[in-house]
Design a protein around this ligand. Structure first.
Ligand code: NAD
Length: 493
């Protein structure tokens, strides 16, 4: 059986612990085994990271950017291998796995510019003979807790900026697909990262609880579901940590009557069913405004006929299985419940559940609405709901009353309405004729409301700020003749 290790002091390290199976979702068979860290192992990892942080904060900028540049090249050299590992444990298609890696690489490339990004500022002669400069220092030991749905991209979102800033990073990957993080560690070591600066500790909620309250941990980046995000934020901040906790989503795609129907239908298909809908930026609700609903549903439904669902490594497959048997059954049950709630089931992909592996086909539900589980809950599968509303104002109020606020999109040919939309919605990431508006790495990623706890978005400039603390230094080199006794509060004039 393939054993999936921790990554401690620069090497993959096997330590016996409670065993947990890792499945190949395309076959339903166990493909490996991960052993969860004991409390002692967590202590070992944190001690190693603390020593690594002390070493790495004193590495020169040239040494740090050198490691990141070499790491970037190694990610490219090993792209096929990493994509295959993602597909094996997560199930997404090979092209989708390469897409995930490409978006993670963006964060590494952004962090390669650390000598520019970490520049402080300097003000000369703010008072007579007095200068001021600012600098940013690493926070210390950063814990990165990541979800199953992007086992390479989300760790890269976190580790790139955190390492660039001079921190040590401990990743606690999802127990569903824990291997890619270990491979990232090996590539970082090969890139010249000193031992202890990057670690991976395997485990579940118990390991997380120990990490987020550990006195030697300084900051916590979490990405996952909303209930866990909320609890990590509350526990972590109560323990005095800096926390950013990104949660779940229910992303709406508004289609106005003037939108190009084919463009909108293609976009809905891509954004709802790509990666089997297991993306936090997936479109899960289409909001059909005015009279466009029937034609739009027909256009989406016709395209669903052309989708191929199968093992992610096979050519020509549009989307693969979902992550677990429990997920598959939960998603299928949602469709059953929606029908019982009076929702029209336009397409039901549940017939695929009889295949080996964790498959469910694309589903389209017409007439979901607030108050029904099919609208209120994050289904996180290939299920697209349609809400019909009379006008633009009703679409905005639907979106703003939803507790989530991760992503949203509007499809229209009217630039003025689109511009108003960007100002009207209480959502962090907005697409205009772009269904999955994940910002490029020079901007930061984050939702509003129940989609993010804390005030820092992730990666990009806000990510770098999160992993650093500011200092401001005021300097004077007085001559003895300038010195005097003056107990007044110092004025600068
Ligand atoms: P999850 O919340 O179940 O798990 C995320 C991480 O937390 C894993 O490492 C897991 O081991 C750990 N964990 C699980 N339960 C815990 C508990 N009770 N206490 C402490 N730690 C716990 O999420 P998931 O199923 O792996 O990922 C899917 C979810 O992540 C979806 O809700 C999706 O929307 C969200 N997500 C959000 C973003 C974003 O950027 N906002 C990105 C990707 C995924």
């Amino acid at each position: 059986m393939r054993q999936i290790s921790h990554f401690i002091d620069g090497v993959a390290t096997h330590i016996p612990g409670v065993k947990s199976p890792v499945y190949n979702p395309a076959t339903g068979e166990v493909s490996g085994e991960v052993q969860f860290a004991s409390s002692d192992t967590v202590e070992t990892v944190v001690a190693s990271a603390r020593a690594g942080a002390t070493r790495w904060r004193n590495a020169t900028m040239a040494q740090r950017s050198g490691v990141l540049f070499r790491f970037r090249q190694l990610l490219l050299d090993h792209a096929d291998e990493l994509a295959a590992l993602i597909t094996l444990e997560h199930g997404k298609t090979t092209p989708d796995a390469h897409g995930e890696l490409a978006r993670g690489l963006e964060s590494v490339e952004y962090a390669c510019g650390l000598s520019e990004l970490l520049k402080g500022s300097f003000s000369s002669q703010v008072a007579d003979g007095v200068d001021v400069h600012s600098l940013r220092e690493p926070v210390g030991v950063v814990v990165a807790i990541t979800p199953f749905n992007f086992p390479v991209m989300v760790p890269l979102w976190m580790l790139a900026n955190a390492l660039a800033a001079g921190n040590a990073v401990i990743v606690k990957p999802s127990e569903r697909d824990p291997s890619p993080s270990v491979r990232l560690g090996e590539l970082l070591t090969a890139a010249g990262l000193p031992d202890g600066v990057f670690s991976v500790v395997q485990g579940n909620a118990d390991v997380v609880r120990q990490l987020i309250t550990h006195p030697e941990v300084d900051a916590i980046s979490f990405v996952g579901s909303t209930p866990v995000a909320r609890s990590i934020y509350e526990t972590g901040t109560q323990a005095g940590k800096r926390v950013q906790a990104l949660g779940g989503a229910k992303n709406h795609m508004v289609v106005l009557p003037d939108a190009d129907l084919d463009v909108a239908a293609d976009a809905a298909i891509n954004a709802a069913f790509g990666s089997a809908g297991e993306r936090c930026m997936a479109v899960s609700i289409v909001v059909a405004v005015g009279g466009i609903a029937d034609a739009l549903i027909d256009a989406i439904s016709a395209r669903m006929d052309r989708l191929t669902v199968g093992p992610g490594h096979e050519a020509g497959v549009d989307f693969g299985p979902v992550i677990t048997r429990e997920s598959r059954d939960r998603i299928a049950q949602h469709v059953v419940n929606a029908a019982a709630d009076g929702v029209r089931i336009v397409r039901d992909g549940s017939d695929l559940v009889t295949r080996p592996g964790f498959f469910i086909g694309p589903c389209l539900l017409d007439g979901v609405r607030p108050g029904l589980a099919s609208y209120d809950e994050e289904i996180f599968g290939p299920v697209l709901g349609v809400v019909r509303v009379a006008d633009y104002a009703s679409a905005v109020s639907l979106i703003n009353n939803n507790p989530y606020g991760n992503g949203v999109a509007i499809f229209t040919r009217d630039g003025n309405v689109a511009r108003h939309f960007t100002r009207d919605v209480t959502v962090g990431m907005i697409g205009i004729n772009v269904p999955i508006p994940v910002p490029v790495a020079a901007y930061s990623f984050g939702g509003w409301k129940d989609s993010l706890f804390g005030d820092a978005h992730i990666y990009g400039p806000e990510g770098l700020n999160f992993y650093t603390r500011g200092k401001v230094v005021t300097t004077r080199w007085p001559q003895a003749s300038d010195s005097q006794i003056d107990l007044g509060f110092p004025r600068n004039n």
